[in-house]
Design a protein around this ligand. Structure first.
Ligand SMILES: NC(=O)c1ccc[n+]([C@@H]2O[C@H](COP(=O)([O-])OP(=O)(O)OC[C@H]3O[C@@H](n4cnc5c(N)ncnc54)[C@H](O)[C@@H]3O)[C@@H](O)[C@H]2O)c1
Length: 271
């Protein structure tokens, strides 16, 4: 049974959340992981600052949240650029007083192995996937310290753990670095009551994935998606709500002693 959408609750009531990459790279194709997380945080009672490289992409998510009666605010930022990230954190704190939850969702890929990946694409993937999280934490952690604690969730991937059929060397290594950075931050800032965990999605059926195959003829596209489902032991790919439900749990008090965890959300695909 596919996971259902996150229900309304008070699990994050009164919390202030920043979701980096809370828009979608394909707004026509259903909800992305980042959008679902922003919506799920709002449904659990959080006020959500939705950040995306395109303000319009963040605004789409904010409009959904507001239509449901939630509170959200859209900001544009390139998460790989220090001044943009500093501005997001400063604005969130000026507007709402503190940051309780930092959710780092942005991730890009370049298909290529160690020989054929151009240096510029290696650098771009690492800037967007790992330097971005370094920058977000650099500016958000001192604010969390001042507020007496907080929680950070980093979106990694099971591609950080093992070789996959398709060569994505820059992506794999950036996500593996993200796992380690997550655990180092968790260990160092535990005495400050700042928790840092990662979610490692497996194969997910998201608009971004559908975009990768959008130029295929319809029957071939169906075949590719069925092939992805068949590769998963549970007979289906994950959905954005599988990630969002895990994120709400990790952000909530239910996970108050869960720190430094690399939580696979992959239906046992990586075993
Ligand atoms: N879909 C899968 O199968 C799968 C599997 C494992 C992990 N993931 C991870 O999930 C995360 C993304 O999922 P998604 O569905 O939300 O993807 P997505 O690409 O639809 O959304 C990411 C958002 O980040 C934004 N973005 C891109 N570069 C940015 C930048 N430099 N600054 C600010 N915003 C930027 C995009 O505009 C987009 O709105 C990634 O970290 C990805 O690695 C996905």
């Amino acid at each position: 049974m596919p996971t259902t959408a996150t229900a309304k609750s008070d699990r994050l009531q009164g919390k202030i959340a920043v979701v980096m990459g809370g828009g979608s790279s394909n707004p026509e194709g259903g909800l992305s992981n980042g959008q679902a997380v922003a919506i799920a945080f709002a449904r659990a009672g959080a006020t959500v600052v939705v950040v995306d490289i395109k303000r319009e992409a963040a605004q789409v998510t904010v409009d959904i949240i507001e239509r449901e009666g939630g509170i959200a605010f859209a900001m544009a930022a390139d998460v790989s650029k220090a001044p943009d990230v500093e501005n997001v954190i400063r604005t969130a704190v000026e507007k709402y007083g503190r940051i309780d939850i930092l959710h780092n969702n942005v991730g890009i890929e370049y298909m290529g192995d160690v020989v054929d990946t151009p240096e510029a694409d290696w650098d771009r993937v690492h800037d967007v996937n790992i330097k971005s999280v370094f920058l977000a934490c650099k500016y958000a952690v001192p604010e969390m310290e001042k507020a007496g604690g907080g929680t950070i969730i980093n979106i990694s991937s099971t591609a950080s753990l093992k070789f996959s059929d398709v060569p994505y060397i820059a992506y794999n290594s950036s996500k593996a670095a993200l796992n380690h950075m997550t655990q180092i931050i968790a260990r160092q800032y535990a005495p400050k009551q700042i928790r840092c965990n990662a979610i490692l999605p497996g194969m997910m059926d998201t608009p971004h994935i559908r975009t990768l195959y959008k130029d295929l003829p319809a029957d071939k596209f169906k075949e590719v998606m069925a092939g992805r489902d068949a590769k998963c032991p549970m007979g289906r790919q994950g959905t954005c709500w599988d990630v969002a439900n895990a994120a709400v749990f990790l952000a909530s008090e239910d996970a108050s002693y869960i720190n430094g965890v690399l939580l696979k959300v992959d239906g046992a695909s990586s075993i």
